[in-house]
Design a protein around this ligand. Structure first.
Ligand code: FMN
Length: 159
């Protein structure tokens, strides 16, 4: 599938995968091997909610996508593992990001960029706020934003 899209388009091609993807390292190899420019990790996780008045699932399709702050450590772990496996593959980290601290964690775990979903529904103006707070953090630490990528794999800030 990735190869077919790659052949059909010269546009930037990022493939978005779930952190529930089985065999994540093998999947990354396929995505990179077929010519994607980047991988986005991850997406919503399958969840379930039951209405205790009816005794039935809330959603017609029974399972539904679960997102937001609770999934952040799971997504962060997947980004870390992906970075370990694929040191040079551009990674967009996604899952539970709500502020600049979360963005920094994803970068440090190995992401080159991040995607923000649920937090946007809560506050559509969150991006400018996060951008400004990221600048403050970088000024305070005397570090370029791009230098944060991967830092947790390389001995941390003090190395
Ligand atoms: C209401 C809703 C709609 C979404 N629609 C899409 C979509 O159309 N395509 C997609 O790739 N991801 C979609 N997502 C997933 C988000 O882009 C994101 O990957 C996921 O929610 C995890 O990040 P978050 O915790 O920041 O929301 C959707 C998520 C939500 C909550």
């Amino acid at each position: 599938m990735v190869l077919r899209i790659r052949k059909a388009s010269q546009h930037f091609l990022a493939v978005k995968i779930s952190i529930e993807t089985p065999l994540l390292p093998q999947m990354l190899d396929i995505i990179a091997g077929e010519g994607a420019d980047a991988v986005c990790i991850g997406n919503t996780l399958r969840g379930l909610s039951i209405n205790i008045e009816t005794g039935l699932p809330h959603f017609k399709k029974i399972f539904a996508g679960y997102s937001g702050p609770a999934i952040k450590p799971l997504a962060l772990r997947a980004v870390w593992e992906a970075r370990k496996h694929a040191p040079h593959l551009p990674i967009i980290g996604c899952g539970g990001i709500s502020d600049e601290k979360d963005v920094i964690e994803f970068l440090m775990a190995g992401a080159n960029a991040v995607e923000i979903g649920t937090t946007h529904f809560i506050n559509p103006m969150v991006i400018p706020r996060i951008q400004s707070q990221l600048m403050d953090y970088c000024l305070e630490k005397h570090i370029a934003l791009s230098s944060l990528t991967n830092i947790a794999h390389k001995g941390g800030l003090c190395s």
